[in-house]
Unconditional design. Structure first.
Length: 154
């Protein structure tokens, strides 16, 4: 029998797949948001740490907020590949350790990122997510174009 934590993890597996497909398709205006939205509680909140290229105000609320977040996230990244995932759960909470290979859309740079997420699920949908990046500077630098002699970004 599937436990509550298994049910919450199943929601997150589906969310990660929908998120990766949305990013790969180019995000806002190029991909359907519906597969992602179907996995989000109407009161969903995503908290992002300061200094990341997709932080925004730091809290993305509701379906509209998550769609705006994914638009910013898709502007930063052209692809994301989950290399490793471990998860632990208790009732409606899941802790996920993700190792993700991101490729920046603007620079083509890749970054192998370790992210731990504290996630709450309600009624089969993600309610709250708090990601913690092991090396936020590497994430930011991968998205930042390098200026070469003469002032041209590459």
């Amino acid at each position: 029998m599937e436990t509550t934590s298994d049910q919450a993890w199943t929601v997150m597996e589906r969310f990660y797949a929908a998120e990766a497909a949305y990013v790969a398709a180019g995000g806002l205006g190029k991909a359907s948001y519906e597969p992602v939205a179907a996995l989000l509680d109407p009161d969903v909140v995503l908290y992002q740490a300061p200094g990341l290229p997709f932080t925004g105000s730091g809290a993305w609320r509701g379906h509209d907020g998550m769609e705006r977040f994914l638009a910013a996230f898709s502007t930063a990244w052209e692809s994301m590949e989950f290399l490793e995932q471990e998860h632990w759960g208790d009732a409606d909470t899941v802790i996920v350790r993700n190792r993700v290979l991101f490729r920046a859309r603007g620079t083509g740079k890749e970054v192998d990122a370790l992210i731990v997420q504290l996630i709450r699920v309600r009624d089969g949908r993600m309610l709250e997510c708090r990601p913690f990046y092991w090396d936020p500077q590497a994430v930011t630098e991968a998205c930042r174009p390098v200026t070469v002699a003469g002032g041209s970004p590459r």
